[in-house]
Design a protein around this ligand. Structure first.
Ligand code: ADP
Ligand code: MG
Length: 250
């Protein structure tokens, strides 16, 4: 059996006396597109924050392609292939789109980067390719503070992908976007994921997008995994409908 991309065992996370994650167990095979859904406060963002090392893991273990990364720092996890976007925008607002993407590429290559012409050219090409891939070429010189919300979300994706992740974590990638923009962004995400054979874990409130793009759905509530199943199974699970989907279930 091959190792899961991500294997989480008996994960606990507390903030003071408040238990945000309680005995979370998840196994996500390589190449899978896994959605995490659940009501506000369920622990979805906390889970992603632990997975990328931003929050320390208090109890339990995390393995990345079979390697124990329970104690790894965000920097180590990024180097080992965890890439992510945030629920709250994480771009440099006063830099241009191109400069932001360059920063993300430099974060990846800085250990081998040198200011020799060959490296500079490779960096320039990589930045241009990222902009092109994400449909942002025409905004290369635009300051991030002048971008539309949707284009900023595209930029965040381009920056996460510039780190060349093997596992892409997305926290509400389409939050605050209109329907057409949401579909465009999710199509962009899944195109990259398929092309680069990435494992994808996404937190998303847009249930249509979840059902369309997830191979498997994990439902969280109050810090625990409440249910797990295919879109067909989750959409017909009465308990899930009751706590989360309400009348939106197909
Ligand atoms: P979700 O993303 O599912 O909406 P979160 O993971 O952001 O939920 O939060 C889960 C719970 O943990 C919430 O009740 C939230 O208030 C709490 N929480 C999250 N981060 C912190 C923190 N840094 N300090 C204290 N409580 C937190
Ligand atoms: Mg959240």
């Amino acid at each position: 059996m091959t190792d899961a991309a991500i294997a989480i065992t008996a994960l606990h996370k507390s903030f003071g006396a408040f238990v945000a994650l309680n005995d979370v167990n998840l196994s996500i095979p390589a190449g899978q597109r896994r959605a995490i859904i659940g009501p506000n406060g369920a622990g979805k963002s906390t889970l992603l924050n632990v997975l990328n090392g931003q929050l320390p893991c208090q109890e339990g273990s995390i393995h990345l392609f079979g390697r124990d990364v329970t104690k790894a720092t965000p920097h180590e996890l990024a180097r080992l292939g965890i890439g992510r976007t945030f629920q709250i925008s994480s771009t440099f607002r006063h830099l241009s789109v191109e400069e932001n993407v360059r920063v993300a590429h430099l974060a990846r290559v800085r250990r081998v980067f040198s200011p020799f012409p060959g490296h500079l050219r490779a960096l320039k090409d990589a930045v241009a390719a990222s902009l092109d891939d994400s449909g942002l070429s025409q905004f290369a010189r635009v300051r991030v503070s002048d971008l539309s919300h949707g284009d900023r979300k595209k930029l965040e994706l381009a920056m996460a992908l510039a780190t060349r992740p093997r596992v892409l974590l997305l926290d509400e990638p389409t939050a605050g976007m209109g329907l057409a923009e949401r579909q465009e962004l999710m199509d962009l995400v899944v195109r990259h994921v398929a092309r680069d054979n990435l494992t994808m874990i996404f937190v998303e409130h847009d249930i249509e997008a979840v059902f369309r793009h997830a191979d498997l759905i994990t439902v969280m509530a109050a810090g625990t995994v409440f249910a797990e199943g295919t879109p067909a199974e989750i959409s017909t699970n009465p308990e899930v409908q009751r706590i989360y989907l309400g009348s939106h279930a197909p």
